[in-house]
Design a protein around this ligand. Structure first.
Ligand SMILES: [Zn+2]
Length: 79
């Protein structure tokens, strides 16, 4: 019989870190921070980009991010 290993309690976070590439400075330091059911703050820890963005709570942060970057690329958002 094998020895019983003490059960290791894994802290398994389901949430992935929401750290993304910043479209302004290019660093991986952008976060999408939900502040209410329909607003997120898009913030960069490096260049201090701060942009409140409206997004329904059903929307994945990554989709919000992609949309945000798209709008910047199209010139709809100035950062
Ligand atoms: Zn930045």
């Amino acid at each position: 019989m094998g020895r019983r290993k003490r059960k290791v309690i894994k802290v398994f976070k389901r949430k992935l870190p929401k750290i993304l590439a910043c479209p302004k400075c290019g660093n991986i330091s952008l976060i999408v921070d939900r502040v209410s059911d329909d607003v997120v703050n898009i913030k960069c820890g490096t260049c201090h980009l701060f942009y409140p963005y409206s997004a329904p709570k059903e929307k994945e942060y990554i989709d919000t991010y992609n949309e945000f970057v798209d709008k910047i690329n199209r010139g709809e958002i100035q950062i």
